[in-house]
Design a protein around this ligand. Structure first.
Ligand code: CMC
Length: 378
């Protein structure tokens, strides 16, 4: 095809490449549904366990189904000692790189690692949902010279995650906020990491391959890394009265305000409001209201950009919540990954069930055809 007949869709922006029955996003309205249920209802009333079941099986569970699913999640929290050994060996790397390496290694110990049937992939996704929090917190302790805190079956997913940080059970309020955070991050359509996972699955590679690649894609600051950068920004701002000048200077130098903007949303990211209230309450409870005040001031400074469709996204509030719970900055992206395993799993299953190799085209923009010159004549 002549190059002037090609329509380029850089970044695949606005391109539909397949169908999904999992997550619906209306970016203009700021609407997000998991399997038809509004994210606002799920954030207010559901739990990560129930939402994961919904995503993975397509329907809300009965109490008996939820109990069974919960028991399976709890029973699969341990990781093989060999994987703990690998975490020791790479402990000085960024936690996202350690997570990527450990998930890749887990495939060697999974009894169904190469079985790409929907049933086996779902079982592997449930195991990974349980194991990923254990990897993140085992690494956190190992790099601090401590023994990992083993997971407990006495706590729900969010509480157990926080418990494995230092062996302390979180308060019910803290655990509930973490649970909501996981619900909000469980799936989000064809974002960069889910697309990457689908592209890997489209070659008939397996779930561990796809999730390992998804973790790699999530690690960048334009996708998962924004929460970490928002906290760095809040610390640099220091006091609410500095926010306006900070934002002005950043934008004037061509920088981006982290936690703002989204490829899909032109209205506010519907996930943001559930964490906004959490930051406000937690900042007050911890006697550090300035963090909420700084975020408010940044939002005010960014308000002229709302006309251009640049609003806060989910990551704007998440970072301060993690910080106020004593979680180190570089664990913020791994927390996103902990929440996202159900989403990657169902999207990989969808890919397998209607598989087509993902293989787009690149428009050639290099030199015209030319003759090879022997090296002696160059
Ligand atoms: N601060 C200032 N200006 C912005 C921002 C921002 N955060 N985001 C977009 N813009 C401007 C951008 O400069 C551009 O302006 P112009 O047209 O004058 O060149 C315009 O908006 C469009 O930007 P774009 O890069 O073409 O839009 P995109 O859809 O490719 O970018 C984004 C999406 C998320 C990469 C971008 O908004 C960004 O870098 N945001 C900051 C990082 C961030 O918060 N990421 C987390 C996303 S939410 C978590 C998730 O779901 O992955």
């Amino acid at each position: 095809m002549a190059t002037d007949e090609i329509t380029l869709h850089r970044g695949l922006s606005g391109v539909y490449f397949d169908r999904t029955e999992t997550t619906f996003i209306d970016g203009r309205e700021g609407k997000l549904l998991y399997r038809g249920y509004n994210i606002h209802e799920l954030a207010d009333a559901s739990t990560f366990e129930e939402t994961s079941y919904l995503l993975m099986y397509g329907e809300l569970p009965t109490q008996a189904e939820l109990d069974d699913f919960d028991a399976t999640l709890k029973a699969n929290r341990n990781i093989p000692p060999e994987v703990t050994g690998i975490i020791h060996a790479v402990k000085d790397d960024h936690p996202m790189s350690v997570l990527r390496t450990a998930v890749s290694a887990l495939s060697a110990f999974d009894p169904e690692s190469e079985d790409n049937s929907s049933e086996a992939t779902l079982r592997k996704g449930i195991r990974l949902t349980s194991q990923v929090p254990t990897i993140v917190m085992a690494h956190h302790n190992i790099r601090n010279g401590r023994e990992p805190v083993p997971p407990t079956e006495n706590l729900n997913h969010a509480s157990n995650f926080l418990y494995m940080m230092d062996g302390e059970e979180p308060t019910p309020e803290t655990a509930a906020l973490m649970d909501t955070d996981f619900v909000l991050h469980a799936d989000h359509g064809s974002n960069a990491s889910a697309f990457t996972a689908r592209a890997v699955a489209s070659t008939n590679a397996d779930l561990h391959d796809a999730v390992t690649a998804g973790i790699a894609a999530l690690s960048g600051p334009s996708h998962g890394g924004a929460a970490e950068n928002v906290m760095t920004m809040a610390m640099e701002i220091g006091e609410p009265e500095n926010a306006e000048k900070y934002v002005k200077d950043l934008l004037a130098s061509g920088g981006r305000v982290m936690g703002f903007g989204h490829r899909v949303y032109r209205a506010e990211d519907p996930r943001a409001r559930h964490l906004r209230d959490g930051v406000r309450d937690l900042s007050a409870e911890k006697g550090e209201p300035k963090w909420y005040a700084i975020l408010e001031a940044v939002q005010k400074a960014m308000s002229p950009y709302a006309r251009r469709g640049i609003h806060v996204n989910v990551d704007f509030f998440a970072g301060v919540i993690y910080y106020l719970n004593g979680i180190p900055h570089d664990l913020f992206v791994p927390i996103f990954a902990v929440g996202r395993i159900p989403g990657w799993t169902v999207q990989v299953i969808e890919q397998f069930e209607h598989n087509i190799l993902i293989r787009p085209l690149l428009q050639y923009a290099g030199p015209e055809e030319r003759s090879y010159t022997p090296i002696s004549e160059r």
